[in-house]
Design a protein around this ligand. Structure first.
Ligand code: CP3
Length: 353
């Protein structure tokens, strides 16, 4: 383990573990990104994936939001699609369009095109970026590592890019279930090693993003997506028990009970789930994260504060990490993100009053 400066603000890690905290910690998904002028300036002239492979630039982009907002965590600047790249698929990030795979997986025979990478060789640039970022952070706040959930990565690898319903990927689950399971398992193998590598490099908490969970029905989610989520959590719990684990399964209302017992310390919610209803379904033993609609940040500051107050009341005291229900958007006003963060901190203090 590399030696890094001691952590000065561990409020988020304490909330993840269910320990007492002086206020509700807060961060934002996609907190580094195009809504920040300094992000656009720093990335000028480089493609998205070139940026991801430049450890000093990654460290800079990761800490940019911290210079503006007193958030309680940083998240390493990268993308979930670096894993399909490491497995041998070309991925481009098209301006204004999102991810594009020139040669997605067209059928089960294409599984032969995938490689089982050595993560140090193919994803070592992320580990190096994490080490640099920890040094730059100087212990200010904990650093999140992350990965895409196997189902969400499978969806992109088959569909070849963003989609409303990922029909081609869903079709595999029913038409080629054995191949689908093999693919999910191969992705899980790499993701397991990848997350452990991030932890060895210095990630202090990790989050698994299952952004397309909501496209599956309960049966398909239970059969195809949950086993890899459970396996990831079990491996991390065994190999790195001190590092909290979070899961964000967007749209997966139907799986809340299972997610809460899948081995994660934190279950992250999108904004379509009522906080109190979520709590009654997950029980008291996990931390809930979320879940303000990112669209609230387009409203006036008073409305943002009012919505934050409502959200905090819904989650109740304890075992809550405030966040958006999905990521920051490119045309968000940074000043409104500042209002969100300030409102969470001021309205949740004093905690035990
Ligand atoms: O600040 C952070 O949260 C860390 C960085 C981060 C990025 N992507 C940077 C990024 C994280 C955690 C991700 C995860 C990610 N990537 C997810 C899961 C979370 C989610 O949003 O559901 C998914 C599905 C992806 C795939 C992806 N990457 C898409 C669909 C897009 C295009 C959409 C868009 O906003 O353009 C990306 C590109 C991407 N990843 C950007 C950033 C900052 C924008 C690229 C740019 O700046 O040109």
């Amino acid at each position: 383990m590399p030696e890094f400066p001691p952590l000065k603000n561990d409020v988020l890690l304490r909330a993840a573990r269910g320990e007492a905290v002086p206020y509700t910690p807060v961060w934002m998904m996609r907190q580094a990104g195009r809504y920040l002028p300094e992000y656009r300036a720093a990335r000028e002239g480089q493609t998205f994936f070139e940026t991801c492979r430049d450890p000093d630039l990654v460290a800079e982009l990761t800490v940019q939001p911290l210079r503006r907002f007193p958030i309680d965590a940083a998240i390493v600047f990268s993308d979930i699609l670096v894993v399909p790249q490491a497995m041998g698929l070309e991925v481009q990030m098209l301006k204004g369009k999102g991810p594009f795979f020139p040669e997605p997986l067209a059928g089960p025979r294409d599984l032969e095109r995938l490689v089982r990478p050595d993560v140090e060789d193919s994803l070592g640039y992320v580990f190096e970026a994490i080490r640099r970022t920890r040094t730059v952070l100087d212990g200010a706040v904990p650093l999140f590592g992350f990965a895409g959930a196997p189902w969400t990565l499978m969806a992109y690898m088959i569909e070849g890019g963003g989609s409303k319903s990922f029909d081609a990927a869903r079709a595999w689950l029913y038409a080629e279930p054995a191949a689908a399971e093999r693919l999910l398992e191969a992705i899980t193998d790499v993701t397991e090693a990848y997350l452990l590598g991030q932890i060895r490099a210095g990630a202090q908490i990790v989050q698994v993003f299952d952004s397309w969970a909501g496209l599956l029905g309960p049966d398909a989610y239970r059969r195809f997506a949950m086993p890899s989520l459970r396996r990831l959590a079990a491996t991390l719990a065994r190999e790195a028990p001190e590092v909290p684990r979070a899961v964000f399964a967007r749209g997966a209302h139907f799986a809340l009970e299972e997610l809460a017992t899948a081995g994660y310390d934190v279950v992250s919610l999108d904004w379509t789930i009522d906080p109190a209803a979520a709590r009654s379904r997950t029980g008291p033993d996990v931390t809930l994260q979320g879940n303000l609609d990112p669209a609230v940040l387009y409203a006036a500051p008073d409305t943002i504060r009012e919505r934050v107050a409502r959200m905090l009341a819904g989650f109740g005291r304890g075992r809550h990490i405030a966040n958006l229900g999905h990521g920051m958007l490119p045309d968000h006003d940074p000043e409104h993100a500042a209002v969100f963060v300030e409102a969470v901190h001021s309205l949740s203090r004093p905690y035990h009053g």
